[in-house]
Ligand binder design. Sequence first.
Ligand SMILES: Cc1ncc(COP(=O)(O)O)c(C=O)c1O
Length: 371
Amino acid sequence: MRGFQPLWAEINMKKLEKNFNILKELLHAGCQIMPVLKSDAYGNGAVPIAKFLAQKGIKKFAVNDVEEALELRNAGITEDILVLGSIFPDYLEAVLKNHLTVMIGSFSQAKSLKSMLAKVKGKLKVHVRVDVANSGLGIPPHKVNSLIVFLKNIDQIEVEGIFTHLYAAYSPEEEQLNKEVEEFKNVLKQLVYPIPIVHAVSSAAFFKCPEMHYRYARIGTSLYGYLAYENQQELGFQPIMELKSRIVDIVECNGSRINKYDSINVGEETTRVAVVPIGYKHSLIFTNLKKGYFLVGNQLVPILGTPCMNHTIIDISQVPSAQIGEEVTIMGGNGKGQIKAETLAAQLNLSVVHHVVLSMLNNNVPRKYIY
Ligand SMILES: Cc1ncc(COP(=O)(O)O)c(C=O)c1O
């Protein structure tokens, strides 16, 4: 990372380790964590996160697509990688060459992979995804066995795993969650062939349904320190990412002078404003950041107007000590002076919280790792 960045994300690996250890304590016997590294590990940087967790004993990672998996392989990650999303059949050679495991959730996928496999050498490991939530992702429970029979008849395919995603775990609807759980248990009971690896839980279901831990728990949110379940708060998870910038300019003002910043309403009580060099260049979501707050020191200060491409103006009238170069926290901090990803999401009017905030940060935001 170069020295003078307008905005950077600080990723604290000590906090990652702490979150990982909390999860490990709660794992059922025989279950291991499969970290979910999709969307660049939710914006935290898939390669450094994978390297760090591989050293802590992780044996299997999950990503969304082949490109994400190849990024890990090219960086020297040799552990198993499961691609959770459907793959384009023309990626098959890369999949085989890089020993990736892929998800199959439909007959059309299975058939197109079968015809591609006929043209190449190698054995393909697959995990069958069962759709217990009518989500459209995965094979419906009543078709699971016929898909497995179809796959078992393809010499080049090894059905290594079967899994589901319990969507209802993210909502308060207990009844629906029980239905999804029972549905998956029934599928397992009625399998025509035994399948060695079973997995079902992501962060929310991990806490709500410990009996569903099986062989792997696919965890993203909690590992990165965010809450997927209300009672998770007391367990001590901490967000591993903080978003930071620095004041690049300060204007001592009276109302009229500052009007040049278009649409900014400066009241008489505003005597000092600061320029923070971040804007929608770093993430389109910042265009929504109106009436929000940043932290200067431990103090919450209001944003004035709307961030533009490269700048956001904040009111620092209440922080007379603030100087050019002073650190500004966009997300992070502790205790009272804290802006959580959830708070930032609310300021941005986002209905889906941390996932969006984290994964929307683009490559204009350098990541800095603290070990
Ligand atoms: C299939 C699947 N499993 C696991 C996860 C991880 O979920 P969480 O971040 O809630 O732990 C995801 C996340 O999108 C997913 O799509």
